[in-house]
Design a protein around this ligand. Structure first.
Ligand code: GLN
Ligand code: ZN
Length: 759
């Protein structure tokens, strides 16, 4: 019998109940007991949903008040001193303080723990902080309580733990520079205690997530695996080591031979692991196959999956388990709630609940041969695949013909940078150290209200347009008064840098409830790319043209780049990411050309997600970088030499990718550098990056207004690394989250700093 299980379920709730309860609790509108009750209800509901879908072994420990890594830090007593748990015992407020920071506690202010991306997802976890003398002790009973809760409800459960090596890998050492791996021996006994306690509750199986097994691991980390699991082997319950987000590759033999009772592998991301894994798996071990994609919103091709399942069932018999490829944390909760998607599109989709059903059907298909339910599901799956394969809504001959007609010259500006910049300087006549901003100005409550009213039909198009034009006039007036050199229209009309464009492209769909947790109580609702992408009409030209009409100065047009559009959407699974990026690039290219034709002389194409698209394995980096760079060049290369192309990336770790950044060949790149004191420009200097650069001179993430001297100092540091004639002066990122007062104050100082440098 094949067993259907799940590695984790979204915790936020179909109606984002957890988000709402958390925010009410933080505001003081909800008591802790009430918050805990919401959590309990959500967990019960989610177990029931999974059980009803046919999942036999339910995950416990996938619920978290803020983040699952943070829960582990509390469980192991990894609570930095600044959060000073009262009486030594952390409370729920300790947990929230670690996640969100505190302005005052018994020992003063405590800055929140750092947050960073969970592997290659858009989920962010709280980075554990380890000190040299770090001690670990069992300090947080949540996992045991929740396991008991599920058992009391009569469920078969499988608690989920982040494995010791992944947990250490995700953390950072603080205070002293030391090797985190040295903490392993101290950490393992606590894992032993956790496992023992779970065993006393009557738990049979525990899932231990070690997703770092899909990364390029240093040898000492590889070796540590065997040591660690030899020690954990003693615990009196069965262990399933789960890997996901990629293939095991060079770690396959290591993972297969760990002294545990089962292994989960991701066959969506790395189908080539099967059947190879069978050669390595010891004959006593369970193999769990992740065949249903936990990272997207598409229905599984059940027939194709079933081929593997049948083969595996023959080879493994009762040792076969089936699951989604990874935790369903990264998918929305329930498609059934989408009442406004058209029936055809909806028939192609599956959210977490539906994905559980798919896993259960696959198990049933081998457990109950000739089952009517299975037959019906297979038939439906065949129909879905067939309809997606031939739907004219998906496959657009015009788009494909354009893609096929792309020639290398389309990704090539007319002349090299040296020649272009000469022409651009002659035309733009900007001073040395030209000043500009990254695009957005403060999104005030008035702007949001107007946009909301417009979307709900309470504000007519004419009135809405006038309201946004008034915002543009205001932004232009402020910028002129400040003396900025290259102006922007301020992006008042944009809700979000991806959604705004997605809404105007053909091939994108939008859900009503497709929320996915990004971090803590924050959720995003990514747009869904379902078909070939094209641009039916210009998207930004009227706004930018209007803005340019308000000023004699140069107005910069503002677009989102193809890679960022792709990374922050749910993408198609029937064609490659590369092809989708190309389609987006052609659509944006048309916009770039239209802006140029409308008299816009500088166009910025933001690629905020360029670096985060990097694959987990280094060997795959170049392939990604090649198509990502080409997509950018495709959209930027339809213009004359005189038209200046900018790009913006709001981070600054460029060491690994600097060659590709240069290959994008943007005339100007603006980046985030203020917090690192320009140190991050080092990559640009060492590589002799050839084009213009605008290193951010102030941090827009903080309300603090830096003074002129501070910015002058940063610019002087920049001058040591980049020739002065190639430097621009700008903030780190867009200003939409700031207020006008602080924005103006900071920009006054920034313009003054540029003037001082010119003098
Ligand atoms: N142009 C965008 C803005 O200013 C860029 C945002 C970003 O880089 N994340 O808001
Ligand atoms: Zn940015």
């Amino acid at each position: 019998m094949a067993v259907a299980h799940s590695l984790g379920f979204p915790r936020i709730g179909a109606d984002r109940e957890l988000k709402k309860a958390l925010e009410a609790y933080w505001k003081g509108d909800l008591e802790e007991t009430e918050l805990r009750e919401v959590g309990r209800e959500l967990r019960a509901a989610h177990w029931q949903l999974q059980a009803d879908a046919g999942i036999e072994l339910l995950p416990v420990g996938d619920f978290a008040w803020y983040d699952q890594v943070l829960t582990h830090s509390l469980m192991f007593g990894v609570v930095p001193e600044r959060f000073c748990p009262a009486g030594g015992k952390p409370t729920l407020d300790t947990l929230f303080a670690m996640a969100r920071g505190v302005t005052s506690s018994c020992c003063g202010a405590g800055q929140a723990q750092e947050m960073t991306k969970w592997f290659d997802t858009n989920y962010h976890y709280l980075v554990p902080e380890f000190t040299l003398d770090q001690q670990f002790s069992l300090s947080w009973p949540q996992l045991f309580e929740e396991a008991e809760e599920a058992l009391t409800l009569g469920h078969s459960v499988k608690p989920v733990l982040i494995g010791p090596l992944t947990y250490l890998w995700l953390g950072k050492s603080r205070g002293a520079d030391f090797d985190k791996l040295e903490l392993l021996e101290r950490l393992l006994p606590v894992y032993g205690e956790v496992l023992d306690r779970l065993a006393t509750l009557g738990v049979e199986w525990v899932q231990i997530d070690e997703p770092i097994l899909v990364l390029d691991l240093p040898q000492d980390w590889k070796s540590a695996f065997e040591r660690a699991y030899n020690q954990l082997q003693r615990a009196p319950l069965k262990k399933l080591v789960a890997t996901y987000f990629g293939g095991l590759e060079d770690n396959l033999a290591l993972a297969a031979s760990l002294p545990v009772d089962g292994l989960h592998i991701d066959l969506v991301r790395a189908p080539e692991q099967y059947p190879l894994i069978l050669d390595w798996l010891p004959a006593y071990k369970i193999l769990s196959l992740g065949l249903v994609n936990g990272r997207n919103v598409w229905r599984c091709d059940l027939e194709k999956a079933l081929e593997v399942v049948r083969h595996a069932a023959e080879r493994l018999g009762d040792r076969l388990w089936l699951a989604p490829s990874c935790s369903l944390l990264h998918t929305p909760v329930d498609l059934a709630r989408e009442d406004q998607l058209d029936a055809e599109l909806k028939s192609w989709l599956a959210f977490a609940v539906q994905k559980c059903t798919e896993v259960a059907i696959l198990a049933r298909a081998v457990n109950v041969p000739e089952d009517a339910e299975v037959r019906a599901a297979m038939q439906l799956s065949r129909e879905v695949q067939a309809s997606r394969a031939r739907s004219p809504r998906i496959h657009k001959p015009e788009v494909q013909a354009r893609l096929a007609a792309i020639k290398p010259r389309h990704a090539q500006r007319q002349s090299g940078f040296a020649e272009r910049i000469g022409k651009q300087r002659a035309l733009l006549k900007l001073p040395a150290f030209p000043t500009t901003t990254i695009g957005s100005f403060p999104q005030t409550p008035a702007i949001r209200l107007a946009r909301q009213a417009f979307k709900q039909g309470r504000l007519g198009l004419a009135d809405y347009t006038e309201a946004m034009q008034a915002e543009i006039r205001h932004a232009v007036a402020v910028q002129e008064q400040l003396g900025l050199d290259v102006l922007v229209h301020g992006e008042a009309e944009r809700n979000d840098m991806v959604e705004y464009f997605a809404e105007q492209l053909d091939g994108y769909a939008f859900t009503r409830f497709g929320w996915v947790q990004s971090y803590g109580s924050r959720c995003v609702k990514p747009a869904v790319i379902y078909g070939d992408l094209s641009r039916p009409a210009p998207m930004t030209v009227e706004w930018i043209r209007y803005a340019q009409q308000q000023t004699q100065k140069v107005m910069k047009g503002m677009l989102t780049g193809p890679v960022t559009m792709l990374m922050w959407s749910f993408s198609r699974d029937d064609i490659s990411r590369e092809q989708q990026a190309r389609q987006l690039a052609l659509a944006i290219r048309d916009e770039v050309c239209d802006l140029e034709a409308a008299g816009i002389r500088i166009i910025q194409i933001d690629e905020a997600a360029f670096r985060e698209g990097l694959p987990l394995r280094r060997a795959q980096w170049q392939g990604y970088l090649d198509w990502a760079v080409e997509a950018f060049r495709l959209c930027a290369s339809g213009v004359r030499d005189e038209t200046q192309i900018h790009t913006h990336m709001c981070y600054s770790e460029f060491n690994d990718v600097i060659e590709s950044i240069a290959a994008m060949d943007a005339d100007v790149i603006t980046i985030e550098t203020s917090r690192s004191q320009m140190e991050l420009l080092e990559a640009f200097r060492a590589f002799e990056y050839p084009n213009d650069i605008g290193p951010g001179v102030y941090d827009i993430h903080s309300p603090r207004v830096p003074d002129t001297a501070e910015m002058v100092r940063l610019l002087e540091q920049a001058c040591e690394r980049i020739p002065a004639e190639r430097l621009w002066v700008n903030p780190d990122c867009g200003l939409k989250t700031r207020g006008w007062a602080e924005t103006e104050a900071a920009l006054v100082n920034m313009v003054a700093a540029a003037r001082q440098l010119r003098a």
